[in-house]
Design a binder for this molecule. Structure first.
Ligand code: ATP
Length: 209
């Protein structure tokens, strides 16, 4: 049976404007699943993943409230592919389960609809097949760097290191069904988002259900 909803993956690079564009889409009527919130939820005290992480990585990854300190955990796994894999094997299946539960509840509430999920590493982590459409929010590298410097108060070197660690945005665009360029005014970005939204609604109309 053909799906009667559109699942849209919104991606891009660090600071390229994913949240900005997702907010515009949400204002136009897209339902939103926030992976960042899901990732935080599944490691809360009392959840299965919490216990497994503490068993595997020790109480040193907890903060003073006995909650998992994501920064400490991030540092713990940063330099070890093996540890990162262990952590991903604990969290990813739970995040996916929550994702599908949210998707089901959105669909039963809203029927035919567009559901977006913002996922920074969507392409790198091989999640393309999950989505009906992929939107890449693009900015040229120099603009991306300037925005990072401004927003995150980084040194040139730190900003460069972050950009270098990611797949270049030009490459990500090759996987996109749609690209929104976000190097100009927010107004111009908004115009592109509206055009894209109109296109999505036409596609949605064409679906059964
Ligand atoms: P990250 O994944 O790093 O959290 P992101 O891709 O979600 O970032 P945003 O947070 O939307 O990016 O935008 C990054 C920064 O650039 C923010 O400070 C935002 O206000 C600013 N910004 C976004 N779009 C524009 C624009 N068109 N003009 C000027 N500034 C912008």
């Amino acid at each position: 049976m053909q799906d009667n909803y559109i699942l849209l993956g919104v991606t891009g690079g660090i600071g390229s404007g994913k949240s900005t564009v997702a907010k515009m889409l949400a204002d136009l009527g897209a339902q939103t699943i926030d992976f960042d919130i899901l990732a935080r939820e599944v490691v809360k005290p009392g959840r299965e993943a919490y216990k497994e992480i503490v068993d595997r990585f020790g109480e040193g990854v907890l903060d003073s409230n006995k909650e998992i300190d994501r920064k400490t955990l991030g540092e713990e796994v940063f330099n070890s592919t093996e540890k990162r894999r262990v952590l991903e094997n604990i969290t990813h299946p739970r995040i996916n389960r929550e994702f599908y539960q949210q998707l089901e509840s959105i669909r039963s509430e809203h029927g035919k609809c567009v559901v977006q999920a913002v996922i920074p590493l969507l392409i790198e982590s091989g999640m393309r097949e999950l989505f009906h459409r992929i939107l890449v929010v693009y900015v040229p590298r120099d603009v991306q760097k300037q925005r990072l410097l401004k927003r995150d108060d980084l040194s040139e070197e730190q900003a460069e290191a972050r950009l270098r660690s990611q797949m270049p945005l030009e490459e990500k665009c090759e996987y996109a069904h749609y690209v929104i360029t976000n190097q100009d005014s927010l107004d111009y970005t908004g115009k592109q988002v509206k055009d894209f939204w109109r296109q999505l609604l036409l596609d949605l109309e064409g679906l059964g259900g």
